[in-house]
Design a protein around this ligand. Sequence first.
Ligand code: UT7
Length: 321
Amino acid sequence: MRARICGTGSALPRREVTNDELSKIMDTSDEWIRSRTGICSRHLAVEESLTALAARAARQALSEAGMEAAELDMILAATLSADKLLPSLACELQRELSAERAVAFDINAACSGFIFALQTADAYIKSGQYGKILVVGGEILSKLMDWNDRSTCVLFGDGAGAAVVRADSEFGILGSVQGSDGARGEVLMCEDRKNNNPYVSNTKDLSYVSMDGQEVYKFAVRTVPEAILKATERAGISVDEVDLFILHQANIRILQSVSKRLKIPMEKIPMNLQTCGNISAGSIPILLDFVNRRGMIQRGNKIVLAGFGAGLTWGASALTW
Ligand code: UT7
């Protein structure tokens, strides 16, 4: 048995903020953001919670899968920006959806989070322990941004995506790869609240996301092609046989570099970073849903999902739809 995606969903906050709007509140320009990243606008949560966005995405995915929430064995939520430290986003979702039977927990692998969660679902399914799993990836990254740091805050957006997976003997995940390099974690980080127990003296303020963009860029253009090659090799297919590559949406130049290195035509690398920015763990499932809803994937198609992010982490899965 393997995990087969049988329904997808996505939800973005209502408020869309263009580059021009940002240039009114900070020293940046549409020209800079567009030419360096490909991003034109992003959605930022003003009134929505992450739980509400994730629940909207999950309901769409369940509906496409023809499954009731009560049937779910498990909910895995990939996020680094849950509404609460406790309970987890997955448990909040379980309550929202009334998925009483489901075991629910979060996974934090940053922008690789959805891939890691999907691979975790696949492992549970392969073990025979569970058969129906909701995998969600979503973020409200705007709360973790330093809005005085133009080098990071213009890049990211908010939103959530979901996929329902079930055990299948024929279709589904064929081969996967994942990796971590904690030794290089400082290139993309965000510290949590300070320790304030009575025995420490720590006056550090809350921290926001900080990034060495060029280091992350170099890491991405090397790691993503390697991960794609390994995942397809494990799946027993060639890169040429893949119909679509759903890649983490961080920067159009990274996608173009992957295209060049692996000789993949850009038509096989769909994008929504233009209007979504980088939604970390939400980026891959949201794009997957966009593509699915536009009828761009047919049953039996070969798809590769691949991402990279803080940790550092990276992962790829090759699957048949
Ligand atoms: O999910 C994982 C996420 N992260 C990534 O994938 C990030 C990967 N890295 C990148 O995408 C790129 O490195 C960035 C888009 C972040 C930056 O592009 P870059 O070509 O590496 O630019 P840079 O950091 O070298 O900055 C170039 C200049 C600097 O000015 P000076 O020092 O040359 O005068 C920056 O201060 O651009 C300036 N700059 C800006 N200017 C206008 C930085 N941010 C902005 C901005 N608007 N928003």
